[in-house]
Every structure is written in C-alpha cells, then in structure tokens.
Design a protein around this ligand. Structure first.
Ligand code: AMP
Length: 287
C-alpha cells in the first residue's frame, strides 16, 4: 500500500490503473478511522479492483468556532487498518497541497444545504462539496462511498454529481453502531464516561420516533415531539435540531405522506456537553 500527499503522484497512479482497465473505488474520510469507515472500505474493496482512501481533515468545512484544530488524527493507526483491509493507496495531502494561498473557487448549492446541519453550520456543505469535487478530479474513480451516518451529506453529494454531470457513481452505506446503539463517530472520543452514557439518548430518542411512525403517526410535529420528550429527560443533552425532511429534497415536511419519492429522513443533532453528535434514520412511508 502506498501513502501519497501529492496530487500529481496520486492522479498519475489512478490514471495508470484506469489505463489498465481496472475499476477504482474512492472512500473520502477525515481519518481517525473506525468500523464505520471500515464498512465503506470493505464495500469498495468488494466492488472495485483498486481502492483509494483519502484522509484529509478539510479546514474549509469547519466553522471558525468548530473543532478543526482538536479533531483527532492518527495516521499510523489509520494506515495499519487500511493495510489490513487491502486498500491500495492512501491520499493524505497537507492543507497547502489542496488549497493554494489565493484559493478562491468553491462548489455551492442553492437547495439541500440550508436545513438540518446547514442551519448551524452555514459554510459546512460548501466546504464539503468543494473538497469532494477536488477529490473526484484528483482521483478519477468509478465509485465513491459515503455513509448514511451523514445523510444530508450523502444527499448533497448525490445531487452535486447529478447536477454537474460528474462521471462517478455514489454508493450510500448503512450506519454502523456500537453494540449499545451509539452511531460510530471519530468525535465520540471527545466524550467522557458520563457523556458516553448520555449519548445513547440520540439512538433511544430516534427509536421512539420510529415507533410512532410504525404505529401510524403521519404528522411530523407529533413524531418530533416524541423524540424531543426523550431527549428532554437527559440532563447532559441540548438539542441543536430534530427535523423530518423529504430525503430527496432535504426540505421539512409536515405530513410524512408528502415526501416526493416516498422516503423521509428523520435527523437529529444533539450536544452532549460540548460535543455535537448527529444521528438519523431513513424510512419509506407507505401511506
Ligand atoms: P468522516 O471521516 O467522519 O468525514 O467520515 C467519512 C465517511 O465515513 C463519511 O461518508 C461518513 O458518512 C462515513 N461514516 C462515518 N461514520 C460512519 C458510521 N458510523 N457508519 C457508516 N458510515 C460512517
């Protein structure tokens, strides 16, 4: 397995593979890899001849008061995991390699990015789309793998690829959880013991919301209230948002039967102490 920080070298290697008629899968990450990332890499490995994992803590997707500086990093451990899985190349650039001093070109979107995480992180998706576009240009892969853990991001990337006619298939992968239900996340390392227990409220509250929908509730406000009631009982939790949107448009809907393609996304962001965690479920609604 090769590790490269160079755009030129990485592009050359991938182009060489393409010339040989090999298929390439790309897994974009910010590193500090866990079983969630691993599931994406394993799927990429199964479906492609070569797998590239990018590890890059992308400064432009963090807001000024967010955790860019403290975001956990461990390249050695990440590389060992990639090696074990059979990844062929890690692209691990420095920020200066990705963003020249006078960098000023961004990829942005009118829809899909304003709700949910876009409300409290107004420049986040512009940063994500820009870096993912750059990665797609540097690594001309056949397929790229994204987790449903970041469901809004998955919808945004799919839309960007469609709208800009990018020649790559976006593959969504299910959320991987800890045994007790907490969605795996690099940010879980910020939690102390007490907060780790409190963080279970995300999955627990979503389960209540799901139960309500399964029992026939179709008013979004009632489902949201079920979720909020569970979160309110956890003293360490503070809600950023609890929202139900049409998954294809990432726009709030009042009536769950109104999702254009029949699929709703119920997404939450909750602070546990100072750590902001997200979780969600996607559901097909049969009216
Ligand atoms: P990150 O390193 O957090 O930017 O995540 C890189 C990719 O891994 C994204 O597509 C995430 O959605 C995905 N991912 C992160 N956590 C999980 C998880 N628990 N289950 C599935 N995919 C995940």
């Amino acid at each position: 397995m090769n590790i490269s920080g160079s755009i030129k070298e990485t592009r050359q290697q991938v182009k060489e593979w393409k010339k040989q008629g090999l298929t390439v899968g790309l897994v974009p990450t910010m590193g500090y890899l866990h079983e969630g990332h691993q599931s994406l890499m394993e799927k990429a490995k199964k479906e492609n001849d070569k797998v590239v994992v990018s590890i890059f803590v992308n400064p432009i997707q963090f807001g000024p008061n967010e955790d860019f500086a403290s975001y956990p990093r461990d390249l050695e451990k990440d590389a060992a995991l990639c090696e074990r899985i059979g990844v062929d190349l890690i692209f691990h650039p420095e920020a200066e390699e990705m963003y020249e001093k006078d960098f000023c070109t961004y990829v942005d979107m009118d829809g899909l990015t304003k709700e949910l995480c876009g409300k409290s992180r107004p420049t986040h998706f512009r940063g994500v789309q820009t870096v993912v576009s750059k990665l797609f240009h540097i690594i001309p892969a056949d397929r790229a793998y994204f987790g449903q853990k970041d469901a809004q991001q998955l919808a945004v990337i799919k839309r960007m690829v469609r709208d800009l006619s990018m020649d790559i298939e976006i593959v969504g992968c299910p959320i991987v959880r800890e045994e007790d239900g907490l969605a795996k996340s690099s940010r879980n390392t910020y939690l102390n013991q007490e907060e780790r227990k409190a963080a279970l409220v995300l999955n627990r509250s979503l389960a209540e919301g799901k139960k309500a929908i399964e029992s026939g509730v179709r008013e979004a406000c009632k489902v949201k209230q079920c979720i909020l009631d569970v979160i309110a009982k956890e003293p360490l939790a503070r809600v950023d948002y609890v929202e139900i949107v049409d998954f294809s448009a990432i726009e709030p809907i009042a009536d769950l039967n109104m999702a254009a393609e029949g699929e709703i996304l119920c997404a939450i962001a909750v602070y546990i102490g100072k750590t902001r965690l997200i979780d969600n479920f996607i559901m097909k609604i049969n009216s």
